[in-house]
Design a protein around this ligand. Sequence first.
Ligand SMILES: Cc1cc2nc3c(=O)[nH]c(=O)nc-3n(C[C@H](O)[C@H](O)[C@H](O)COP(=O)(O)OP(=O)(O)OC[C@H]3O[C@@H](n4cnc5c(N)ncnc54)[C@H](O)[C@@H]3O)c2cc1C
Length: 393
Amino acid sequence: MTQQVLIAGGGIGGLAAALACSRAGCQVRLYERAPAFSEVGAGIQMGPNVVRVLQGWDLETALREVAAFPDRLQVRHALSGAELGVLRLGRTAEQRYGAPYATIHRADLHQLLRAALQPRDAVWLHTGRTVTRYAEAPEAVGVQLDDGREGEGDVLIGADGLWSRVRSQLLDDGPPRVAGHLAYRAMLPQVSLPAALRSQQVTAWLGPRLHVVQYPVRGGEWLNVVAIVHGHVHGGLEDWDHSANAADLQAHLASTCAGLRTLIEAIPDWRLWVLCDRPPVSGAQQLARGRVALLGDAAHPMRPYLAQGAGMAIEDAAELARQLAQADGVLDVPTLLQRYALNRWQRCARVQARSIRNGEIFHLEGPMAWARDASLRLLGERLLDLPWLYRGA
Ligand SMILES: Cc1cc2nc3c(=O)[nH]c(=O)nc-3n(C[C@H](O)[C@H](O)[C@H](O)COP(=O)(O)OP(=O)(O)OC[C@H]3O[C@@H](n4cnc5c(N)ncnc54)[C@H](O)[C@@H]3O)c2cc1C
């Protein structure tokens, strides 16, 4: 039975859902509120669990053209610069998990998903249309759009991000919480940096109440840098994407080692994000009810300290489509969405909880930081490798 799938939101999660559902034989109508599809200028890391899903959608060749595939992840002390531990990626990750660890410009991933959708029949992507409400009936679900139009389908997927309207109607559980952390992000061609600052590996610098992560994107030609510090800003948080004051960031990192400071000082332009999340999902009923399912940040927004927010959105999309492919007149849509929710909520909750814990560990001070560093020196890869995550759902 062909399912008519409506999707609110055309970020990485929404596009992944559109592709997965289309491949599963569904008709797809996606509504994105922005006037044109676009993604912010920032990178994302994708563990083997995520790359494997993309391979399953025949995107490996396209991914190889635009992503980088670092050989190692190195953890360093932000104050001393000392190496604390290394996780081998590259071939080692491929041998362990059957797929590589990739780092990619968000816009390249977004474009790659859109290109995969282009030749597909029965997929309609609408920009400049905001989903304002939905209404559910026993046999269908309808959406209202801000331009007065309406849409109707068998399923509504809320992939409308952190400030999801679909979620607020479905769960009515208030806004996300402010994490108290700020993310400064920058991306620049490696050739614009002195040779000593260029890098083809993932490096995480851990320091008191701060950490910095850097990795290559665009086949290694560009470098993505994210610096997380404790702090707050005033004003509305929705759609936050502000240009940042480089001097503020330099002040936050004033006590860090020369190697890290030199990198930060070599980068002129930064963007600033206020990080928000929600407590880990506590049950399947938070991911789907009736004919409506949530996915990605709409469902389980997380702190970025496990680098898996977009990854979980992509895994969600794959599982949702796997369920919808089984619609056969016997299993109805609400049952299939329940199965999606049951299969996803615990993994997503675990990733959310681990992301929070990672942030606490990364930012430790005093004797606790010393204990962290000693453990990393002693156990290195055994602490940094995460088979439960990278093996996939
Ligand atoms: C500093 C930082 C670093 C990160 N690093 C990583 C990483 O390394 N790896 C990783 O996997 N993840 C990472 N993440 C997380 C990742 O960015 C998010 O989890 C992911 O982008 C969520 O995708 P999404 O499609 O669910 O939501 P979004 O990307 O927010 O997309 C939602 C879309 O819905 C649209 N929309 C909103 N409301 C409506 C509406 N009412 N109607 C129609 N359209 C609507 C929006 O315009 C947007 O296009 C990071 C996040 C941050 C902040």
